[in-house]
Design a protein around this ligand. Sequence first.
Ligand SMILES: Cc1cc2nc3c(=O)[nH]c(=O)nc-3n(C[C@H](O)[C@H](O)[C@H](O)COP(=O)(O)OP(=O)(O)OC[C@H]3O[C@@H](n4cnc5c(N)ncnc54)[C@H](O)[C@@H]3O)c2cc1C
Length: 482
Amino acid sequence: MLRTSGLAIAGTALSAGFPGIAEAADGADFTGRTSYDAIVVGAGLAGLTAARELRKKGRRVLVLEARGRIGGRTWTDTFNSWEIERGGAWVDPLQPHVWREISRYNLTIVADQGPERVLMPTPGGFTESDPVAAYTRQGELFTPFFDGSREYFPKPYAPFTREDLITPLDRFSLRDRLNQLAYSPADELRMTSTTGLYGSPSSRGSMLQLAQWWALAGWNYTGFSGVNTYRLAQGTIALANAILADGQPDLKLNSPVASVTQQPGRVKVVTRAGAAYTAAEVIMAVPVNVWKDIAFSPALPRAHRDATAQGYGVPRQRKLFLDLATPSDRFIAEAPEGSPFVIMGRLNDDAPVVAFSVDGTLNVADRAHVEAAVRQILPSATLRDYTVSDWEADEFSRGGPAFRQPFQLTRLHKAINQPFGPVKFCADDLALGWIGYMDGAIESGLRAAGSATLSPTPGTAPTGRVAMPAVDRKVYRSVFGL
Ligand SMILES: Cc1cc2nc3c(=O)[nH]c(=O)nc-3n(C[C@H](O)[C@H](O)[C@H](O)COP(=O)(O)OP(=O)(O)OC[C@H]3O[C@@H](n4cnc5c(N)ncnc54)[C@H](O)[C@@H]3O)c2cc1C
């Protein structure tokens, strides 16, 4: 049975225990206040971070959130008896902003157990191997893909350091790079699971985007593939709640913003329900993909309009959790681009299988269709139950995590990071570093609030009080894709 279309459901009420939170979109101001120093639109990690930083500076801050929950593209939920993450899940010490927040709030990290076996595609079907062997080979295949990235991204958090070098490279898609390197058909099959997942399809995704992640991870496959190993023991919601509790902004849930109007000396923000608020400044902490749904007056600058028209959030991305009766072991299976699922796996004992699809023809509402898709990879699989989150269908994200397209770095990135008068923008889409990750959302939120960000040497982790289990990163491989 399809448990939920995921995003149509408001999720757990998160307001309990937080003063200043109103859940009803009734147009009434729960504090009686309609005028603030700052209004933050969106209670994802970027918005919550920006709101906390402004509160620390003594500002009166209102957060307007469209959904009935905080967290945005992170969403800790349950599926049968399991706790699941419908959106972002994994964090890593190589991601300094999210790691600093985890340390600040003393949150506990757990590592996935990782797969016991790996299925990789070959021209003749799937082949099974030991995880270390499989990912050693993946490392050999991916390393040349990023040749030159130390030169063109010498400072991964400052992507324009060698603008002269990245400008001519920004036209390349992931597909262009695969073609350029002329991998054998067998080798290329092993790579398009990754490029297809992020690019959706490979011809859409920017080569430089993947190369910047490679640089941020220390220019090596161990870092690149390892950033999807650790999770928050209490779920991503623990992080969102901690930031909210620390900042204590006023928060209104179920309050989608319809319009943002600049007036002399102030900005007026009106929700779909007609509630109006004003502030000296507004921080739009919503995905780039939804800017087009909000009426800005005056109209957004050209670069912002181009960005929202083109899209940043990965299209067609669906994340499913599958309750499979068989197989019951820990595995990861990667499938070539064009497959209904490009990657799926069970990473822990007694856990559901998590699967990613960017195939728009997969009918996730049809149980038989989903089971048939699973059986393309695992012919003897038996599907008991599943649940799906369709991030593109969700009107408040209109896509998955950000992944740039060719030309967006050099033609749009700087411009869309610029304030538009008193209106500023933040989201993972706008990150200088880990675009498409929680780290990028937090970094962007810090910048929008005028707070300091971190830019460590790649490969070094910031220190903190985080409980870190000892693990051999080489045997781990997460299903987020790399
Ligand atoms: C399937 C999936 C898997 C992922 N896996 C990982 C991972 O493993 N690790 C990782 O680090 N990252 C991962 N990510 C990415 C990560 O979740 C995001 O980068 C991050 O959560 C984005 O935060 P944000 O605050 O920028 O945007 P969002 O979280 O999208 O927050 C924006 C907020 O704005 C609200 N909003 C939208 N429109 C309006 C409006 N009109 N009015 C008011 N509010 C509005 C939204 O409801 C939302 O709460 C994943 C994402 C997805 C979708």
